[in-house]
Write a protein that binds this ligand. Sequence first.
Ligand code: PRP
Length: 187
Amino acid sequence: MHNKIERILFTESQIAQRVRELGEQISRDYETLLGEKLSREPLLAIGLLRGAVIFLADLARAMKIPVELAFMAISSYGASTSPSEVRTVKDLEIPVAGRHILIVEDIVDTGQTLAHLQELLQARHPASVKICALLDKIPRRARTVSIDYVGFTLAEDAFVVGYGLDYAERYRNLPYIALLKQSAIRS
Ligand code: PRP
């Protein structure tokens, strides 16, 4: 285990198992919804940079349906719940009108990022927008967000890193999700 890690919350094999299940569930749901249309209109999975990259890379390979990948970057400032503090840093390069979209996130915390993104995408008239989040961290939720596919729920207000999640841009490449030691966090 990395020497800055306090405790592993989800191991590499637990994550792999859950990602496989999510990929299968998502594939089944869109097969049921769209059937043969999927070959003409693949699902559009939108990953949020940078945290969701590792999750999306694995999730996409666990899906058995045609899927296109796209990326956006949204930044938010501080712990404020004001939507004006959320902005789009990198937008999509393709139109999404009429497309079935699956937003893929590593973690939902206050919900600000996803609330902003949903409003932004809905205004572009997609056929549907669903959300898949690896972690649903409930204690600090400020905006109501309906998450269609959840990997794991975090009931405690813990600072977690690994599998895409960072602290000051470090630890994204850890293969597990873990609590950082207090001594590794700058006060
Ligand atoms: C993190 C995470 C989510 C967002 C969730 O992104 O990846 O996008 O915060 O927080 P919220 O629900 O309170 O809005 P961050 O801004 O740290 O960027 P990153 O993806 O590059 O790590």
